[in-house]
Design a protein around this ligand. Structure first.
Ligand SMILES: Cc1cc2nc3c(=O)[nH]c(=O)nc-3n(C[C@H](O)[C@H](O)[C@H](O)COP(=O)(O)O)c2cc1C
Length: 161
């Protein structure tokens, strides 16, 4: 990595984000998922969100045209999930219970929010793809605080005094 690339990456790390696990299904119905912080709300009407996925993502096809995916927004107690779903060659669903809605994609339990999306469009974005999802169903939990990511580390929300 060049000095310039490191400075770019470090600068991006100054943007505090939430953390999600995006789940989907392979064509053979095997559940897949990965940690994603590049998530953004896009439109209220129609209800659209977007995620940015590295083109080298192993289960990329699960999230693209004609597919469904779920954005599971993690709570502060779910740092282990965030790490597990970013681990290469791990059995990410081992010991994990989840529910399913209409699409059959895993809805992870105890999250801050879950959004079930149908893939609406996919756009090129350098070494990533911008995947736009139309939200079909969502829920959120009142008493869960967010897991954050800042400066390359997980963090929590501090109350302003
Ligand atoms: C906090 C955090 C945020 C991440 N955000 C993204 C992201 O927005 N997009 C992405 O493609 N990968 C992101 N990753 C990396 C993927 O989760 C990781 O590369 C994962 O192994 C990809 O799944 P795969 O191994 O099945 O290809 C993130 C990892 C962490 C720990």
């Amino acid at each position: 990595m060049t000095e310039c690339q490191r400075a770019f990456r470090d600068a991006l790390g100054r943007f505090a984000s939430g953390v999600t696990v995006v789940t989907g299904l392979l064509p053979n119905e095997t559940p897949v998922g990965m940690t994603v912080s590049a998530f953004c709300s896009l439109s209220l009407s129609p209800p659209l969100v977007l995620i940015c996925l590295d083109k080298s993502t192993s289960a990329l096809e699960s999230y693209l045209d004609g597919r469904w995916f779920v954005v599971n927004i993690l709570g502060e107690a779910q740092e282990d999930l965030a790490s597990a779903f970013a681990e290469v060659d791990a059995d990410r669903f081992a010991g994990l219970t989840y529910e399913t809605w209409d699409s059959g994609c895993p809805i992870l339990c105890n999250c801050l929010a879950n959004l079930e999306c149908a893939t609406e469009a996919v756009y090129p974005g350098g070494d990533h793809l911008i995947v736009v999802g139309r939200v079909a169903r969502s829920r959120w939990a009142k008493d869960v605080r967010p897991l954050l990511h800042y400066g390359g580390a997980f963090a929590g929300l501090a109350d302003k005094t």
